[in-house]
Design a protein around this ligand. Structure first.
Ligand code: NZQ
Ligand code: ZN
Length: 385
């Protein structure tokens, strides 16, 4: 096992009716800016419930954070905060709103050009406004991690950053708040959480025995409940399990002490930046191709994953690996997520543009061995034509 430090200060408050706990969780004298997305938080009544729970505190709203939050929109929130001296932020929404809030928290009174936070991947953050979240979409794990992804529309760049200063102080996870999600967002959430686990698990053996078993348990749970949640959207127990799996998939626990990949995510981000494809759908396109072209360096873990998650035990090693990759692609497709570039109106000619973007963003030595060059990324994309 590799050396590691594990730190996660986010308080999770889980269960039905927990929005009311905001009154205890937010400082009594805070000046609170509530950040949210399009209209879902208002339409579903969550926003009203949040404001009621905040009682007599000074509260204002900032809406309009789009899926794949943009730098342009987030800088408007920064200006509001600098002008009106808010000292606590509350994100109400999915990964986009929480990620956006992380960036805003760090960009307020930032010394220098705030876009450099993304260019330097968060290493230049020295302070951030405290914030909490009310999660309405289980998918990204943003509610309990220190990472975020921001899109610069003008530059067509979607870049990640991370800093221990942007862990949420708390996150409220009420599964009932996810009942209103469109089926597409539920599928996206399952696929995103699934891929987060794979990025931290499906590398090479590192004697992380418990990390492997945790990861396999989370993957098995997603395989078991993913399709059921889609069939039975108001089933509280299914929703609760999906919500907790998605959080555990990317809160640092399963990735501590083991190698990590993330090549699929970095290539996926370029697909979103260029073509606006939903984050999770980009992963469903890229991951099967990545496994296909990297099957040799990932052979041992592919065999383990195939056996323990998909019960693939018959045939030669090469056959089992092939079946395992196919099972992964079929899983995404069983969630009604297409996995081929042409399903999204793209063809071979798009691949050059994606590769140029990767090069522009320095994404040229990706993966657990740093050997995913633009050429390997190209072959991974070609495998999903
Ligand atoms: O904008 P509104 O109207 O609120 O609608 C949203 C949005 O259109 C809707 N929605 C959310 N909760 C709802 C709801 N609709 C009905 N009922 C509810 N309860 O869902 C749509 C998608 O929301 P979004 O927040 O964009 O989705 P998601 O949670 O999948 O977040 C995706 C973003 O997170 C980033 C992605 O790159 C992408 O930008 N990621 C963040 C990560 C992290 N911080 O660790 C890791 C991930 O790999 C990912 O990159
Ligand atoms: Zn993701």
């Amino acid at each position: 096992m590799n050396n590691f430090e594990f730190y996660n200060p986010t308080r999770i408050v889980f269960g039905e009716g927990t929005v009311a706990r905001l009154d205890d969780l937010v400082p009594a004298n805070a000046r609170v800016l509530v950040l949210f997305g399009g209209e879902s938080a208002r339409k579903t009544g969550t926003l009203d419930e949040v404001k009621q729970a905040l009682g007599n505190r000074h509260v204002a709203e900032f809406g309009g954070i789009e899926p794949n939050p943009t730098y342009e929109t987030l800088m408007k929130a920064v200006a509001v905060i600098e002008q009106d001296q808010f000292d606590f932020l509350l994100a109400v929404g999915g990964g986009s709103v929480i990620d956006g809030t992380k960036f805003v928290a760090a960009a307020v009174n930032f010394d220098g050009d705030p876009w450099s936070i993304l260019e330097k991947r968060g290493r230049n953050i020295s302070h951030a406004i405290p914030f909490g979240s009310v999660l309405t979409l289980p998918a990204t794990g943003s509610e309990m991690n220190s990472g975020a992804v921001v899109t610069n529309k003008a530059l067509k760049a979607k870049l990640p950053f991370a800093s221990p200063l942007v862990y949420p102080a708390f996150s409220i996870l009420d599964p009932v708040k996810t009942f209103t999600l469109p089926a597409k967002q539920v599928s996206n959430g399952v696929a995103d959480a699934f891929t987060h686990i794979i990025e931290q698990y499906l590398t090479y053996p590192a004697n992380g025995l418990v990390q492997d078993r945790f990861a396999e348990g989370l993957l098995q749970t997603l395989v078991e409940i993913g399709p059921k949640v889609l069939e039975d959207p108001e089933n509280y127990e299914l929703r609760a399990n999906l919500m907790w799996v998605a959080t555990l998939a990317l809160n640092g626990l399963i990735g501590a002490g083991v190698p990590q990949d993330w090549a699929t995510h970095m290539v996926g981000h370029e697909l979103t930046a260029l073509y606006g494809i939903d984050h999770a759908r980009t992963l469903a396109i890229v991951l099967p191709g990545m496994l296909d072209v990297r099957r040799e360096s990932k052979a041992e873990k592919l065999l383990q994953y195939g056996e323990r998650v998909w019960n693939i035990r018959e045939g030669s090693e090469a056959e089992r690996i092939e079946k395992t990759i196919q099972a992964t692609r079929k899983f995404f497709e069983s969630l009604s997520i297409p996995t081929r570039l042409p399903d999204y109106g793209l063809d071979e000619s798009s691949i050059d543009d994606i590769i140029s973007q990767l090069e522009r963003h320095g994404m040229t030595k990706l993966g657990e061995h740093g050997d995913v060059t633009p050429e390997i990324s190209r072959r991974a994309l070609e495998a999903s034509l």
